[in-house]
Design a binder for this molecule. Structure first.
Ligand code: GLC
Length: 657
C-alpha cells in the first residue's frame, strides 16, 4: 500500500520538477530513481514526515538529485555504469591507499599532482586528500572547520587544480578520496554568519538556544571530545546572545539534521564533489549526526537513517561513488555504519577499522596478542559488499577504545591497563622508548588518547638519536609488521603519509600559535623531499622502510586471497605472542595464505600441528610470500623471529588448516 502511494507520488513529483530539468534526457536517472524511490521516500518521511513542508522538501531533494545528475559528465557516468556491473570492484586486493595533507605532502594540490609517480612507485593507487576546502586561517581544525564547501583553500590551490588532479589520477587508475565534513561547519560559514545576523531560517541550520536550560540537559549525558582544548559541548555566541552546540572545537558549529534543509544542502554538496571526480567520499564524524537529550548524542538510530538516505540519494545520481564512514566509536557500534538488517552495505561501504588500529597498538606495548586476538574475535561480522579501511596511524590521535569486557577477559584491569598504555606510549613507562604525548586528557575521568607518529611511537626516533643499530632494526621490523597486518587483514590498507619513510614527530607545531594547543600536529608532517631521496640509498632507514613496504604492497596485489570477501579466519594458538589468521579466496580455495605475526622481542614458536584438530600435519616447507624466504621449521613448529611476520603459502598447508 505504502509502496503504491510512494509510486504515484513519484509521478506527481516528476511532473512538478522545473521544466528545465524535465526537458533533459534523464533516462538512467528515472530508472535509478524508480528503483530507489521507495527507500528514499520512506526514509525522508521517517525523518521529516511530521513537518508541514514535507512534500515541498521532498521535491527539493529530487530536484537536487536530478540537477546534479544532469551535470555529471560522461566519463563519470561511464564509470558509474561499469561499477554497477562489477559491483564488488572495491573489495579487490589491488587497492592500496594513502592519506595525506596536500600541503604537508607536496606544498599544494599541484604538488600532489606532480608527486603521483612517487605514490605509484610505492604501489599506492587510492589517495585520500585531507580536507582542502576554504576554512579560516587559524581556527580550522586542520581543514575540518569548513567555511565554504564549494571552494578550495587558496593556500592549496583552485578548483581547476582539483579537476586536473582528478583527471590525472583517473588516467593512472588511481582513486580519489575527498572529505565532506557533514557534521558541522566553521562559525565563519555563510550559514553561521546569516544565523548570527538574525536570519531564523539559518539559525535553524544549527542547534541554537536562548539560555542554558537545554544545553545543561544535553551536558548531563554528552561526553567531551576535546576536553582540554575545548571543554563542554556549547559555546556562547556574543553577537546572537545565544548558545550554539559545538561538540568539537568552539568554532565548529554542529549542523541540525532535524531540519530537512540541512540534509538537502549536504546531499547537494556530496554530489557536487562526486561530480568533481571524487571516487570515494569520506563522511566525517558520522556518529554525531543526530542529537537527543538524555543520550551521548552518538550512534543514534536517526544518524544511521540519515546515512542510508544519503547513500540512496547518491545511488540515484552517482552510483559509482562510495562512502567511507569515519566513526571512531565502540567496536560493536562501528560495524553498524555499514548498515544493519541487510545483506549488503546500505549506509557506507567502507569504514575506518579503529578497533583493529587500537588493538595493534596494544600488541605493540604489551608484546603479546592477547587483547588483539580477543578484540578481533569480538568484532561483529560485517555485511557483504562492505569493507574496512585498515590503518596503523592517521592524522588523529589513538583512542584506547577497547571493550572493557575484552580487557578483563584477557586478565587486565581496564583502568590500570589504559594507564599502562598511556605511560608506555608517552615514554613514562620504564624501558619504553616511545615518544608520544597524551592528547585530549580529561581531568574529570582520567582518560586520555595518544598523539605521535608511527616512527616515534615504535621507538625509531629514540633509536636513531642514540645511534643504536639493533634498536633501529627492531623498530623497522615493527613498522613492517604492522603494515604486514593491515595489508593482509582484509580491507583497504591506508598508509599514512610519511610513515613509508619512517618520518618521526614534528615538534615545530609548538611554535605556531594556531597549532600549539593541538598536539596532533606533531604527526602531520611536512615531507622533506631531499630526505625522501634516501630511499634510493641502500641501507638507509628510508630505503629499508620504503622498499619493504613497496615489496609487501606488490605481493599483496598478487594474492587473490587478500581480497575482502569476509574470508578471514582467526586461528587459536597456544602462544600469546602470535596473531595467526588464515585467508582464502572463496573462488580459489587452494589459494590459502596463513598470516603469522610475532609481537614479541624474542623468537616464538607456532605449533603447526595444533592448528588442526586432526593433528597429523605433514608439514612440508611453507614459503613466506612476504619475503620470498623459507621460514625455519623445527619439528612441527614454525619459528617466528622477533617482530617478524609471515604470509605463508603451501599447498599442503591449505589441506590441513
Ligand atoms: C574527525 C577528524 C578530526 C576532526 C574531527 C572534527 O574526527 O578526523 O581530525 O578533528 O572530525 O571535525
Amino acid at each position: 500500500m505504502y509502496e503504491q502511494v510512494s509510486h504515484s507520488l513519484l509521478n506527481e513529483i516528476l511532473d512538478e520538477l522545473k521544466p528545465e530539468i524535465r526537458r533533459q534526457n534523464l533516462r538512467h536517472f528515472y530508472t535509478r530513481l524508480g528503483a530507489n524511490f521507495y527507500a528514499v521516500h520512506s526514509l525522508f518521511h521517517h525523518l521529516y514526515g511530521h513537518r508541514d513542508d514535507f512534500r515541498a522538501r521532498m521535491i527539493d531533494l529530487v530536484e537536487v538529485m536530478a540537477s546534479r545528475y544532469i551535470e555529471r559528465d560522461e566519463a563519470l557516468e561511464r564509470s558509474d555504469m561499469a561499477r554497477e556491473m562489477d559491483h564488488n570492484w572495491f573489495l579487490d586486493q589491488e587497492w592500496v591507499g594513502m592519506a595525506l595533507y596536500a600541503d604537508g605532502f607536496a606544498g599544494n594540490l599541484k604538488g600532489v599532482n606532480a608527486h603521483l609517480s612517487y605514490l605509484q612507485e610505492l604501489g599506492v593507487n587510492l589517495v585520500h586528500i585531507m580536507p582542502m576546502l576554504l576554512c579560516p586561517d587559524g581556527a580550522s581544525d586542520g581543514g575540518y572547520a569548513v567555511s565554504d564547501f564549494r571552494h578550495i583553500n587558496p593556500r592549496l590551490g583552485t578548483l581547476d587544480d582539483v579537476d586536473a588532479l582528478a583527471s590525472s589520477m583517473r588516467k593512472r587508475d588511481m582513486l580519489l578520496v575527498l572529505d565532506v565534513v557533514v557534521n558541522h561547519t566553521s562559525d565563519e560559514h555563510e550559514w553561521a554568519r546569516r544565523a548570527r545576523d538574525g536570519e531564523s531560517a539559518y539559525e535553524d541550520y544549527y542547534y541554537v538556544f536562548p539560555d542554558r536550560e537545554i544545553p545543561d540537559m544535553f551536558e548531563e549525558t554528552m561526553p567531551e571530545i576535546f576536553p582540554d582544548s575545548s571543554p563542554g559541548n556549547f559555546t556562547f555566541d556574543e553577537r546572537m546572545g545565544k548558545w550554539v552546540m559545538t561538540v568539537f572545537n568552539s568554532y565548529q558549529w554542529d549542523l541540525n539534521y532535524s531540519n530537512p534543509a540541512v540534509f538537502i544542502e549536504m546531499v547537494d554538496i556530496i554530489l557536487y564533489w562526486a561530480n568533481r571526480g571524487a571516487d570515494i567520499v569520506r563522511l566525517d564524524a558520522v556518529a554525531f549526526l543526530w542529537k537527543k537529550v538524555g543520550t551521548i548524542c552518538q550512534n543514534e538510530r536517526e544518524a544511521h537513517l540519515i546515512l542510508q538516505l544519503m547513500k540512496d540519494c547518491c545511488q540515484v545520481t552517482a552510483p559509482g561513488v562510495l562512502f567511507i564512514a569515519e566513526a571512531i566509536v565502540a567496536p560493536f557500534e562501528i560495524t553498524k555504519y555499514f548498515g544493519e538488517d541487510a545483506i549488503v552495505a546500505k549506509e557506507c561501504e567502507i569504514a575506518y577499522n579503529a578497533t583493529l588500529m587500537a588493538l595493534l597498538w596494544d600488541a605493540v606495548a604489551t608484546r603479546n596478542a592477547r587483547l588483539l586476538n580477543r578484540g578481533i574475535r569480538s568484532q561483529p561480522g560485517k555485511l557483504d559488499r562492505a569493507t574496512w579501511l585498515n590503518y596503523v596511524r592517521c592524522h588523529d590521535d589513538i583512542g584506547l577504545g577497547f571493550d572493557d569486557v575484552d580487557i578483563e577477559h584477557v586478565g587486565y584491569d581496564p583502568r590500570a591497563h589504559r594507564t599502562f598504555l598511556l605511560d608506555y606510549f608517552t615514554g613514562a613507562y620504564d624501558g619504553s622508548t616511545a615518544r608520544g604525548r597524551p592528547f585530549g586528557r580529561n581531568h574529570k575521568t582520567g582518560d586520555a588518547r595518544i598523539s605521535g607518529s608511527l616512527a616515534s611511537l615504535v621507538g625509531l626516533e629514540a633509536a636513531i638519536e642514540s645511534g643504536d643499530e639493533a634498536a633501529i632494526d627492531r623498530c623497522i621490523r615493527l613498522i613492517l609488521l604492522l603494515h604486514g597486518i593491515i595489508l593482509s587483514y582484509g580491507g583497504i590498507p591506508l598508509i599514512y603519509y610519511g610513515d613509508e619513510l619512517g618520518t618521526t614527530n614534528d615538534y615545530s607545531f609548538a611554535n605556531d600559535a594556531d597549532r600549539a594547543g593541538d598536539n596532533r600536529w606533531m604527526h602531520r608532517p611536512r615531507i622533506d623531499w631531499e630526505r625522501a631521496e634516501r630511499r634510493y640509498r641502500h641501507g638507509t632507514v628510508e630505503s629499508r622502510i620504503f622498499d619493504g613496504l613497496k615489496r609487501l604492497i606488490g605481493v599483496r596485489k598478487s594474492i587473490k586471497a587478500f581480497a575482502d570477501f569476509n574470508n578471514r579466519e582467526l586461528l587459536e594458538t597456544e602462544n600469546d605472542h602470535l596473531l595467526v589468521f588464515k585467508r582464502s579466496h572463496p573462488e580459489h580455495p587452494a589459494d590459502v595464505v596463513l598470516v603469522v605475526a610475532n609481537f614479541d622481542a624474542r623468537p616464538q614458536h607456532l605449533d603447526l600441528g595444533r592448528l588442526t584438530a586432526s593433528a597429523h600435519p605433514e608439514i612440508a616447507r611453507p614459503t613466506d610470500l612476504a619475503s620470498g624466504e623459507l621460514p625455519a621449521i623445527q619439528g612441527n613448529s614454525l619459528v617466528v623471529p622477533p617482530y617478524r611476520f609471515y604470509w605463508l603459502t603451501e599447498q599442503r598447508l591449505a589441506g590441513i588448516i
